[in-house]
Structures are given as C-alpha cells and as structure tokens.
Design a protein around this ligand. Sequence first.
Ligand SMILES: C[S@@+](CC[C@H](N)C(=O)[O-])C[C@H]1O[C@@H](n2cnc3c(N)ncnc32)[C@H](O)[C@@H]1O
Length: 313
Amino acid sequence: MFRCATSSGTITFDTQGSADAVYSFLHVMVINMAELYKIEHAVSEYSSNVNNNFPDFARSIINFVRTERQLTDETSPMELLVDAGCGSGGSTRIFAPFFKRIIGVDPSEEQIAAAKSDTNCDNIEYMLGSGENIPVEKETVDVIISYFAIQYMDLENYVTECRRVLKQDGLALSFGHDYNNIEPLDSGDSKPVQDILKSFFEAAKIFFTNNRPDLGCWLDRYQSIFDNIDGINKKRVDDICHRQEMRLIDFKLRLLSIPEYRSYDEDVHLKTGKHPVDELMLDIKRRWELSQLPDAEIRIIMTYSFFVICLRK
Ligand SMILES: C[S@@+](CC[C@H](N)C(=O)[O-])C[C@H]1O[C@@H](n2cnc3c(N)ncnc32)[C@H](O)[C@@H]1O
C-alpha cells in the first residue's frame, strides 16, 4: 500500500509492493516531482540509497563561507544554519560540527519524520517548512544550504526569504553534484568511462527537455536556475570535487532512488523494453572487462563534481 499526497489530494493505492508500478502510475499522472518525495516508499529508498554523507564537502563549503565572510577564527562554530529541503537529514548532519544550532526544514511530513528518527546530533532540529517559508526570525541565519532542492522552489519567493532571514553577511548556498567519473577499485582494466556516463546523462537530458522541461535542471549544473535569480548578489562555485568509495550496485540504486531518473528509466523501458540504468551498468562493466561479475561485487571510486550557487545580500 502506497500513499502519496498530491496537490489534488492524497492518492492511496495497493500495488502489491511494486515500486515500479507506483512510479509508472505517477509518471502517467505527471505530478509535480517534488511530490514524489512524499511517497513513503520513495522517502525510505532515497534516504537509504542516496548517501549524501560528504564530510569533506561540508568542510570545503565551510572554508568557502569563512573566506567569503572574512572570518579569521577557524575553530569557533557559527550560530545558525538552515538546511532548506533537508529531506531525511542526509545533507544536514554533515554540517553539525560547524554550527551551534541547525534547523532542517522540508515541506514533506514523511521526510521530516524520517529525519527526526535520527537523534544523533543534539544541535539539529527538524521542522516542516520550505525554502520560501523558513520558520525563523529575520536576520538570524549565518548560512542557508539547500542540497538538490532549489529546483523545487519558487525562485522569487526563495530570494525574498533569503533576504529576510540572512544576517547582513550571511550566505545562501544551493548545490548539487555531477557523477564526474568512476573507476574500479580492485580489478579489471580501468579504462576511463566518462564518455559512457556522459552519453547516459545526455540521453536523460534530452528526455527531460522533450517531456518535462522542469526536470533534470541539475544536468546543466543549475546554470538556468542561476540565470533566473534576480534581486540578490550571486556567484557560482564550480571547482569542488570529492571522491567516495561504493559498489557499482550502489550507484545503480542511487540513480533509481532519484524520482526523475526513475521516471526516465521507466519511460524508456515502456517504449523499448530496455532499462537505460541497467544498460549503463552493462556498458561500464564491458569497458572494464568485468561483465562476468555482479554489480554488488564491483567496488568503485566515484568522483563527484559539485556546483554551488552562492547568494548574499
Ligand atoms: C533530492 S531531495 C534532497 C534532500 C536532501 N537535501 C539530501 O540531499 O538528501 C529534495 C528535497 O526537496 C524537498 N522540497 C520540495 N519542495 C521544496 C521547497 N519548496 N522548499 C524546500 N524543499 C523542498 C523535497 O521534499 C525533498 O525532500
């Protein structure tokens, strides 16, 4: 049984446990993708497979913030960070060491409930809210972050809210990342596979452009979002990269846990009988001459290339 709150009410339906059926159904319904994060199944899939646990990235962001704000004390925590679109807290927790207080906000009750179930950080609270409606007093926030969430916000209202809640030298940082490269860790011929990744993401981009221009806006590294932001100082940061060890199957599950890619995968499957995410894994393994191994037995190093939009009053 799956429940999904949409703008037209709550949809409840029995799919006998098939996540694919849910995604196909929603794809046909063409609902707002942000609402997919309200499906209970999607919440747990996203939080267990999309491990945005990048402590090194958090440190890079904090170094950038300190430089921008000309803070010379590198050890004292700052007062208040807001994570707008915190989801189940994956992007929030990595900033815990750097702030006295952190508030994670998300419009999805299901995501907030999942975030609250992790009680490891005393300085983090989770609340219902959104980028356009941050439940804090004016001029109290040092840093707003939003990780893969700005695409769901009304940009004009988000900018107005940033201007309201940020301290005079506060910063709002919206970021995401590309899957820049993967390399096999143990064995095989580690021929580069960037061209294979590029073809996959190009094909997804064409699908999004033709079918749902509102989706996949991270595929241009948030450039169109950046261009559409007005009424506040803005700049881009594009030079932060980090590496993470995982298995090939984790990469596959990660892609399929992102509703937009799931929708793309299902659509192509309906038309061609092939799942592009499976094809991607097969192409990579062929290139490495590891076709005989299951995805779960191939350890990889993923290189992420981050893109950041930085706003300040
Ligand atoms: C891709 S998830 C990212 C979650 C989390 N930041 C992470 O990195 O794991 C996007 C999140 O944006 C939330 N969202 C949707 N509309 C939003 C809005 N207007 N303001 C803030 N967050 C929103 C969704 O509910 C979802 O939790």
